[in-house]
Design a protein. Structure first.
Length: 127
């Protein structure tokens, strides 16, 4: 009985993850979102400069419903707990965006220019 419960739990979790990662999912419309965007990513902190055209950004929407985490490939540090607001037709723009800090995400595109504490993250990616 214990093994059956474990197997059913794994199946339910797997189904949830697979349906949450659909390319048709829109981060603005879902309570939970996880998706990978592919394209150009870069990072510079003054001593380290990483730049690639074949990068990835794994995006997850965390429990608050307005905060997102961005996990980059190629050893680029993650951006976590970034708060968003919905603008227009299914587009999210980070709260407090300025000329030097801008993140825009929808179901097809991810654009990042994020500068904080002398560190710069960029991404120009699609799903």
């Amino acid at each position: 009985m214990k093994n059956i419960h474990k197997i059913l739990s794994i199946i339910v979790v797997s189904f949830f993850i697979l349906t949450a990662c659909s390319r048709d999912d829109d981060p603005a419309d879902n309570d939970f979102f996880a998706g990978t965007y592919n394209g150009s990513v870069s990072y510079n902190d003054g001593s380290s400069n990483i730049n690639t055209a074949d990068g990835k950004v794994f995006v997850t929407k965390i429990a608050s419903g307005t905060k997102y985490n961005f996990s980059f490939s190629n050893g680029i540090p993650a951006l976590n707990g970034i708060e968003f607001q919905k603008t227009g037709d299914n587009t999210l723009i980070n709260v407090g965006s300025t000329a030097t800090t801008y993140i825009k995400i929808d179901n097809n595109d991810l654009d990042i220019l994020y500068i904080k504490d002398g560190k710069t993250w960029t991404a120009n990616c699609t799903r």
